[in-house]
Design a protein around this ligand. Structure first.
Ligand code: PRP
Ligand code: URA
Length: 211
């Protein structure tokens, strides 16, 4: 099975088209990123393990399923990844949230790490690393390297974005071939400034109303 998943559900595609439009304002942009993230969480969590549990319904005792094994942590890459957290928490409310602060140097396009705060038990958790944009792939690779350096299991990491460029997918797959990548769209390419085309612009600025 391929490790690369494009979530082409009609609701996701419709909502992604809304936020790509340049006249979509901060309020709607934020709300719709939240909605898309919730829809994506449904698919990204599809293979969470289940275990049997004995329960008593009002009528009988029976054996049913409950989530088992590794618990989840969501790890947004700051800033823009923050926009995806609440939507996922709506479906997985007990998840812990770690943060990796990473910005792209505007001239070199290289990621610069400025903050890391993670749950102490990340080595035992299923990690959903989230960032709306996978462009050159530098930020995603650096964030995942940082998690692994701090004890995360590569086989427990999934990367979830809204828009991916082929260049970034290649870089991430070469650096971490076993990590599953989930995106709402595989776009065409990067422009000369490292922005995704057609893309949606600067996700952090659009989410937070900066610039
Ligand atoms: C954006 C985006 C990713 C990164 C993707 O963040 O949210 O983190 O760029 O680009 P890459 O794949 O080429 O590394 P940015 O650096 O603009 O920081 P921000 O989220 O704080 O706005
Ligand atoms: N980061 C963004 O926010 N948008 C892009 O198109 C590329 C990187």
């Amino acid at each position: 099975m391929s490790n690369f998943h494009v979530m082409d559900h009609p609701l996701i595609q419709h909502k992604l088209t809304m936020i790509r439009q340049k006249d979509c304002g901060t309020k709607v942009f934020r709300e719709v990123v939240n909605e898309i993230s919730m829809l994506m969480a449904y698919e990204v969590s599809r293979d969470l393990p289940l275990e049997d549990v004995e329960v008593e319904t009002p009528l009988v005792k029976t054996t049913l399923k409950t989530l088992a094994g590794k618990k989840v942590a969501i790890v947004p890459i700051l800033r823009a990844g923050l926009g995806m957290v609440d939507g996922i928490l709506q479906l997985i409310p007990a998840a812990k949230v770690g943060h990796v602060g990473m910005y792209r140097d505007h001239d070199t396009l290289q990621p610069v790490e400025y903050f890391v705060k993670l749950p102490s038990d990340i080595s035992e958790r299923q990690l959903f690393v989230v960032d709306p944009m996978l462009a050159t792939g530098g930020s995603a690779v650096a964030a995942i390297d940082s998690l692994i350096k701090r004890g995360a299991q590569p086989s427990s990491i999934k990367f979830c974005c809204l828009v991916a460029a082929p260049e970034g997918v290649k870089v991430l797959q070469e650096a971490h071939p076993d990590i599953h990548i989930y995106t709402a769209s595989l776009d065409e390419c990067l422009n000369q400034d490292g922005y995704i085309l057609p893309g949606l612009g600067d996700a952090g600025d659009r989410l937070f109303g900066t610039k």
